[in-house]
Ligand binder design. Sequence first.
Ligand SMILES: [Zn+2]
Length: 225
Amino acid sequence: MNRKIPVICAAMILISFVLVVFTSYLPQKNALAEEQKYVYLTFDDGPSDRVTPEILDVLKRESVPATFFIVGVNAKSRKEILKRAADEGHTLAVHSYSHKYSEIYASAESLLKDIGACNEVIKSVTGEYTDLYRFPGGSFTVAPELIDAVTAKGYRYIDWNASFRDSEIACATADELFNAAITTVAYPQNVVLLAHDSTTKSATAQALPSVIKYYKDAGYTFKKF
Ligand SMILES: [Zn+2]
């Protein structure tokens, strides 16, 4: 009996040690998980001659990736801008070929035709089709059967949970867009920011450096889809 006591003591010390290590490790791991914050910059409706290159300049200077949901008709004569975006590590994704709501949302067939035409433009630039798609207006404005048709075709659709509001604020200043981009955040751990790089959105390009600085200072990692 007496010979067992040291064994029991040793076992109890070992168990205590394991428990101490385990419990001290757990909170650290949770704290680490809480610190992972991501922001996705997404630009719709481009490319455009002036704004898209300005945005690409900023992204390059800041070493930040982004996702461009392109409009096929705008891209036809601006493939070199798309090529530059792809070469600099950004993702090209489908937004629409015509961006005419009345046409694309008329039926599942016309929607898929529009998406397919836009994807052809992307393939002509990158050599590959994409499975990434953003509904013009957002999926929450679209009939469920159209969403089903798109997903059945193998597309993943991406909405947003924060916005520069550069399509809503008329004649917005860069400061107004900056404020929108940092205050409209619905899910602070995983921010998907909507912005536009179409021809009238110079204020978006002007606001972008401050927006990037804000999220960098707040400890976010920039990601692309
Ligand atoms: Zn759009």
